[in-house]
Write a protein that binds this ligand. Structure first.
Ligand SMILES: [Fe+2]
Length: 213
């Protein structure tokens, strides 16, 4: 189906007015924020249960480095990169970890503190990202981050393409592994989450952390 630019404008207007949408060749390539928000992954990683690291992850394109394998990304067609979104309350964010590939971030809401280091037991530097600032983290560098503003914050992530469940990913600092173990969470040698018996109950609790899941 073809249309003139004017017809396309009308189609957009009617879609905004609630009429059914026909994306044609773009079917499956548009992700609405309302849909994204309704599909959080509350325990995507073994640290997601630890106070100070609790968050909701959202998989927009590809696997986005999950240890928990029970979720569906919105876009699964091959891309040369992967896209995720993270939502967290003040003082929460991913614990100290690293990857074999690049990951980069852009705060959408709130300010986020990033800290990094050459080894798992030492932080060498930190910076605060304002909304719409950008940071890219090289492979192997240890990193963690947290939102620092009151309420909840959001951050957008782009990850270099990588294979999943071929090894540990992320690599967690030993202190993080120890803490996650206290809650019954482990990661296998191929990077898959080994879930505690009460996983469903914990997942429900973490789903409720923003009060609108
Ligand atoms: Fe990461």
């Amino acid at each position: 189906m073809t249309s003139t630019p004017n017809e396309r404008t009308e189609a957009t207007s009617s879609q905004q007015g609630g009429a059914p949408e026909d994306l044609g060749a773009m079917t499956g390539n548009v992700v609405r924020f309302a849909d994204l928000k309704s599909r959080p992954i509350p325990l995507m990683f073994i640290d997601s249960i630890i106070p100070g690291h609790q968050r909701h992850n959202y998989a927009v394109i590809g696997d986005t480095a999950s240890e928990n394998d029970s979720y569906e990304p919105f876009i699964t067609s091959p891309h040369g990169f992967q896209v995720g979104v993270v939502r967290a309350r003040q003082g929460n964010g991913p614990a100290y970890h690293t990857h074999d590939y690049i990951e980069s971030f852009l705060p959408l809401k709130g300010r986020w503190r990033f800290y990094w280091g050459e080894s798992a037991d030492k932080v060498d530097g930190e910076t605060i990202l304002e909304e719409f600032d950008y940071v890219t983290l090289p492979p192997k560098l240890w990193r963690g981050f947290e939102c620092i503003d009151p309420g909840e914050s959001w951050i957008f992530a782009v990850l270099e393409k990588h294979e999943v469940y071929e090894g540990k990913d992320p690599y967690w600092a030993p202190s993080v592994i120890e803490k996650a173990r206290e809650y019954g969470f482990e990661a296998s040698e191929n990077g898959k989450m080994i879930k505690p018996d009460n996983f469903a109950e914990l997942e429900r609790q973490m789903l409720d952390q923003f009060g609108d899941a």
